[in-house]
Design a protein. Structure first.
Length: 211
C-alpha cells in the first residue's frame, strides 16, 4: 500500500465516522440552534482543537508503542479492522436520526469553545477510532512521524471544519434539514457503514499479511 493509497483509505474511514451523528455533531448543532452562527462556529473550532489532541495521542502514543513492540503491528491492524467492520455493520443495520435538541442557556463564545474541546476529548467514539485506526496509517516506511501526524491532523481538521462548520454556518436551517428529513440521516449512516466495511476489509487483509 502506497502512502497516497493509505491517505485515501484513511479519508474514507474518517469521513464515515464524522458524518454519522454523535456527541460532537449534536453539540455543534445545539449551540448553532441556540446562539446562531457565532456559537456554532465557536463550537466547531473547539471540536477541531479537541481533534488535534486525539491526533497527537494517536501519533506519538499508539504508534510509538507499536514501534517498540513490532510484533503487535499485525494484531493491531486486525483488531482495529474488526472493530471498524463491526461499526460499519452496525451503521448499515441502523436507522440513525437526529432528535430535537432542547434549548441551551445563553453562554459566552469562550465558554462554548472550552466546552467543545472537553466534549471532543471525552468523546468515546473518537478514542476508539484513534486506537483502532491510527496505527494502520502512520508507519515508519511513510516517512517522519511528525510529518505524517501533521498530514493526518490537517485532514481531520479539514473534514471537521467542512462537516461541523457547515452545520454551524447554516445554524437552524442545517438542523431543521436533518430533523425534517430522517431518510437523509438514515441513508447517510448506512452509506458511511458500507464505506467503513469496505475500507476495513482492506486493512484487515493488510494486517493478516503482517502476521
Amino acid at each position: 500500500m502506497t502512502y497516497p493509497e493509505a491517505l485515501w483509505i484513511f479519508f474514507i474511514l474518517l469521513s464515515g465516522i464524522i458524518i454519522v451523528p454523535g456527541m460532537d455533531m449534536i453539540f455543534v448543532l445545539a449551540n448553532a440552534l441556540t446562539g446562531g452562527r457565532p456559537a456554532g462556529i465557536a463550537a466547531t473550532f473547539g471540536i477541531v482543537l479537541g481533534g488535534a489532541f486525539h491526533t497527537a495521542f494517536g501519533a506519538f502514543a499508539v504508534v510509538g508503542f507499536s514501534r517498540l513492540v513490532p510484533e503487535l503491528y499485525g494484531p493491531m491492524l486486525i483488531a482495529g479492522s474488526l472493530y471498524m467492520i463491526w461499526i460499519g455493520w452496525t451503521l448499515i443495520r441502523s436507522s440513525i436520526t437526529v432528535d430535537p435538541v432542547g434549548g441551551l442557556a445563553s453562554r459566552s463564545l469562550p465558554a462554548i469553545f472550552g466546552q467543545a474541546i472537553v466534549t471532543c476529548i471525552l468523546n468515546p467514539k473518537a478514542w476508539l477510532f484513534v486506537l483502532a485506526v491510527y496505527p494502520q496509517f502512520i508507519r515508519p516506511d511513510f516517512g517522519p512521524l511528525w510529518a505524517q501526524a501533521l498530514v493526518i491532523g490537517l485532514m481531520v481538521a479539514a473534514v471537521q471544519l467542512t462537516v461541523y462548520g457547515g452545520l454551524g454556518l447554516m445554524a437552524a436551517k442545517g438542523r431543521d434539514a436533518m430533523v425534517g428529513n430522517p431518510k437523509l440521516t438514515i441513508w447517510s449512516g448506512r452509506i458511511a457503514g458500507l464505506l467503513l466495511v469496505a475500507a476495513a476489509l482492506f486493512t484487515l487483509w493488510r494486517g493478516w499479511q503482517g502476521i
